[in-house]
Design a protein around this ligand. Structure first.
Ligand SMILES: [Zn+2]
Length: 495
């Protein structure tokens, strides 16, 4: 069987399309590919055991030969592949209707089906993600998770050079709903086979999709219908609660809405969620208060996190919003924590989870984005001595203890290993890691394998980078001040 025909069988087998769609898909595929395909009728029992990549590779190679793919780059292959897989992706309304009809059975069934489809259509490139490095690092905070993400394509210089100016960009950003079915170009990934599900949160229109780079299981993104900037307000909490009430098997959280402490996209209101457990879910607390049938815990965690647990949605919404208002103006000069200069600096990273017993856990990570002469990148941001491992913003995923480290580190780790073995004589290519190699790694060689040593020590650097983001450090004096903040707030709230 030709790979093109096998691909149609694959689509039917994996329920991307129905067997009734066979002839239609055959003709559409032939048009998209632009080369004649001898007609082969549908065979019900022909089960293609191959992965989608094995089926797609020869087709994409031929598309390159015939000029359908202009150049042999990952980006250009991906653009055409998404366009090709759109043949097996029903229209947005059909996907929405299917999702809603499954949701009438259970919300879990609906998300399972949508996630399965996102993977089988190769919108989520499972085989590429499988190449990511993943490991665990032991620490006084518990086991933290580290991934080196290789599935997010590195932009080549040409792609950056052709990047359009913001104002005339269409779609305006990677999150806008207009990405659905968009072919893309060198600086905008192909979204021909991309689909989203409309969901109302706090009676406002939002859309739910999966991240194509899945940093963790069922990594979902929920974005506003309009291209409006991120903002944490009372509405944010209501939207988070609406979402977890509708999809209780998913958590949902928001990045802080300020530069430095926020995520990479601040100009489009969005949240991230999914079906995964994170190291922070197992974090111990060093202090606990109970108030109005809710518990308030201060976590033993590198960042400053307040964990609120309760069963009453309205009470939790009220306390979350009150805390936000209280904290916005909270400062402590002894900690270098200043809430306001000419602009506001305090921010929250909220993360909400609903449990099978209907209770909720709300995490509020306390953030501040002020800079100083000593720390021009941010006082509560990874400090320069950690930049060789982590210099990007610490967003909600990392707040929860899952490090997303850049792909460049994989090569760097190999070269560092060669250097430590004496096979590599210079710091060429690993210059940014020189101090770390000389002051830490070289002194610790011996007990573990070099690979383990490098990975574990890199993990420790990541944890220290998180500690830099903590407003209250994990020492007795700061813990006392953090307790005072909580007590002060509860007192203020009860009055
Ligand atoms: Zn947008």
């Amino acid at each position: 069987m030709k790979p093109e025909i096998e691909l149609i069988h694959y689509a039917i087998e994996n329920e991307l399309i129905d067997a009734l769609d066979y002839d239609y898909a055959f003709n559409r595929l032939q048009t998209v590919l632009g080369w004649p395909m001898p007609y082969t009728p549908y065979e019900k029992d022909a089960t293609p055991a191959q992965s989608v990549d094995t089926l797609l590779n020869p087709i994409l190679n031929k598309a390159l030969e015939t000029g359908k793919i202009p150049r042999d780059t990952t980006q250009e292959r991906d653009l055409f592949e998404a366009y090709l897989m759109d043949v097996f992706t029903p229209h947005p309304s059909a996907i929405q209707n299917r999702f809603e009809s499954l949701e009438r059975v259970s919300s879990e069934k609906a998300t399972n089906d949508f996630y399965h489809r996102s993977k089988k259509s190769n919108y989520i490139k499972t085989s590429r993600i499988a190449k990511n490095l993943f490991y665990t690092v032991k620490s006084s905070y518990g086991d933290l998770h580290i991934t080196i993400n290789k599935s997010k394509p590195e932009k080549d210089p040409k792609a950056i050079a052709t990047k359009k100016h913001k104002e005339d960009a269409y779609p305006q950003c990677l999150l806008c709903k207009e990405n659905v079915g968009y072919y893309g170009h060198l600086s905008h990934p192909g979204r021909s086979n991309h689909r989203v599900i409309k969901v109302m949160l706090n009676q406002e229109p939002f859309y739910f999709q999966y991240s194509p780079y899945v940093y963790y299981n069922e990594h979902a993104i929920v974005f506003h219908e309009n291209h409006i900037p991120m903002k944490i307000t009372e509405k944010t909490f209501k939207r988070l609660f609406d979402f977890v009430d509708r999809f209780p098997h998913y958590f949902l959280g928001s990045n802080a809405a300020l530069p430095i402490v926020g995520g990479s996209i601040l100009n489009h209101e969005h949240y991230q969620g999914g079906r995964a457990d994170f190291p922070i879910d197992h974090a111990q607390s060093f202090h606990k208060e109970t108030y109005k049938a809710m518990s308030f815990e201060l976590l033993n965690w590198p960042l400053s996190v307040l964990r609120i647990k309760g069963t009453k949605r309205e009470a939790l919404l009220d306390i979350a919003e009150s805390f936000r208002r209280y904290f916005m103006n909270h400062g402590d000069e002894s900690l270098n924590l200043i809430a306001k200069t000419d602009t506001h600096h305090n921010a929250l990273t909220p993360i909400l989870r609903k449990h099978p017993d209907e209770s909720y856990t709300l995490l509020l990570a306390l953030r501040n984005n002020r800079t100083s002469k000593a720390y021009p990148d941010g006082i509560f941001h990874p400090h320069p001595d950690k930049h060789h491992i982590k210099k990007e913003n610490i967003g909600l995923i990392e707040v929860m203890g899952l490090a997303i480290l850049p792909a460049r580190l994989e090569t760097a780790f190999d070269e560092i290993e060669q250097y430590l073995k004496g096979e590599k004589k210079t710091f060429e290519g690993i210059e940014p890691h020189k101090d770390w190699i000389q002051q830490t790694l070289e002194k610790k060689t011996g007990s573990d394998s070099l690979e383990t040593l490098i990975r574990q020590e890199a993990g420790k650097v990541f944890i220290e980078a998180l500690e830099d983001c903590g407003l209250y450090k994990q020492n007795a004096s700061d813990k006392k001040k953090f307790k005072a903040l909580l007590k002060g707030f509860l007192q203020w709230h009860s009055n």
